[in-house]
Design a protein around this ligand. Structure first.
Ligand code: SF4
Length: 445
């Protein structure tokens, strides 16, 4: 990412950073899902899987202690733990049913708990889910088992339960360490809270640590971004994701609590992204794709160097699976033939599961052409380079070529260092199905 020429930043921003483009964590993007694709399609697709596929499992825990006002996730704040327990009962049933549809010889390479905040689970609840997954699926001994955590909920007993259950990577939401920004986003977590969480994870044996930070939040400044990146490096995070805040208060109503007058403008936002990237680079992190950073000895950095980096719903990944099973409310499952998504509302999801109704409520099937396009766009986003196949329409890229953001060389498209922050814009121009739809995707930067 970001080796952009900041002198040109204002010009490019007006043209590209404010374009609304997909994140391309799936192809077609989730905005193309329709409600006519569901369980029958998924069942047929599973019957047609090749022998012994690599499988990735995603488990969604849609609960948090309190609402962060910038949040863009599918989550709720339960007033009592009973609601979590009822959801987990449904999740358990869902795991049993969905496992029965999967190829019996699938090998699980990757398990990811996301949310919400999976630290909302009690230690025994976490253990029970992992036991169920292990009884229903063949987990490879070296499978990565990763959990997203809110540092405020990382207790010693939960760390021990996760470690006993095989968790070997944790991802902590840091966002910004300044007290003022934390007040403005309703997420108070002093640096000491995060250090304590890291210490507890390490003590339990979970030593691979990812951290997320953000730019574009209310009250953020370049100085605060640099301080946060520095603190993350001091805490020895192996991987860092740097996300831009997407302000969509018409879609996420709690974002109305964010004071819009305190949001950085487009130029500041761009500068913040560049400063985060520059600081992390100076602190020894390698840039991975357009929004991830990793220490040079981390498997993500190795995968990027070796050309085996991939992209899925978690962003950039080392996960080799082509088959993904999403469990829980709003979770998306993926196979070569298409995607299906479960009901997003946790109460409706649990009701549907317990009453034996179909809770795969939308999805999309993929044609051979869509699969090929998705693979090509993923290559571009992972490598900033793409062999041209003679059928690519290059005229939509004329403006980016003229601006020095893209080069064509010996039948290969290359994103220049200045163009790296805009690689999603390049992808959108190569995507035959893409139509600029300002309200459906996130800002490019
Ligand atoms: S902890 Fe994460 S998922 Fe929960 S409200 Fe905050 S940002 Fe959203």
């Amino acid at each position: 990412m970001p080796a952009a020429r900041t002198a040109d930043a204002p010009r490019f921003m007006a043209k590209y950073a404010l374009e609304s483009v997909p994140r391309y964590t799936s192809y077609p993007p989730a905005t193309g899902f329709v409600d006519t694709v569901g369980l029958a399609d998924w069942t047929a697709w599973m019957d047609a899987q090749p022998a012994a596929p690599n499988l990735s499992i995603y488990v969604h825990i849609p609960f948090c202690r309190s609402m962060c006002w910038y949040c863009g996730c599918h989550t709720t704040i339960p007033n009592r733990h009973d609601r979590v327990a009822r959801y987990l009962e449904a999740l358990d049933t869902d795991i049993l049913r969905r496992a029965a549809l999967m190829p019996g010889d699938a090998r699980v390479r990757h398990v990811h708990f996301g949310g919400g905040s999976p630290d909302m689970l009690k230690p025994d609840e976490f253990r029970r889910i992992m036991t169920r997954l292990r009884t229903c699926f063949d987990l490879a001994p070296d499978a990565e088992i990763a959990v997203e955590l809110d540092p405020r909920g990382v207790s010693e007993p939960l760390c021990h339960a996760m470690a006993e259950a095989g968790v070997n990577r944790a991802s902590l939401g840091v966002q910004d360490l300044s007290e003022e920004v934390q007040l403005l986003i309703h997420r108070i977590q002093p640096r000491g809270t995060i250090e304590t969480a890291v210490g507890r994870l390490h003590a339990a044996g979970i030593t691979a640590i990812n951290m997320d930070m953000m730019y574009g939040l209310p009250g953020q400044t370049g100085e605060r971004i640099v301080a946060t990146a520095q603190a993350i490096a001091d805490m020895r995070a192996d991987r860092v994701s740097v996300f831009g805040y997407a302000h969509v208060p018409w879609f996420k109503k709690h974002q109305r609590a964010i004071p819009e007058t305190r949001l950085p403008g487009a130029a500041e936002r761009f500068e913040q992204m560049i400063m985060a990237a520059r600081t992390l680079g100076e602190l020894g992190y390698e840039a991975i794709g357009f929004d991830h950073f990793a220490r040079p000895d981390d498997p993500l950095a190795t995968a990027a160097r070796q050309g085996s980096l991939r992209r899925n719903f978690q962003g950039y990944t080392t996960d080799p699976s082509d088959l993904m099973l999403g469990l829980g409310a709003s979770a998306i499952s993926e196979c070569a033939q298409g995607y299906v998504q479960t009901e997003a509302d946790p109460v409706r999801y649990a009701g549907a599961v317990m009453e034996g109704r179909d809770m795969l409520v939308r999805g999309v099937s993929r044609s051979h052409e869509a699969r090929a396009t998705g693979a090509r766009l993923a290559t571009l986003l992972c490598r900033f380079s793409l062999p041209l196949n003679g059928q690519d329409r290059l005229d939509p890229l004329d403006d980016m070529i003229a601006d020095g953001l893209v080069r064509i060389e010996e039948n290969r498209l290359l994103v220049t260092p200045a163009g790296k922050p805009y690689v999603r814009n390049v992808a959108a121009r190569l995507d035959p199905a893409f139509r600029l739809a300002a309200d459906r995707h996130s800002l490019a930067v």
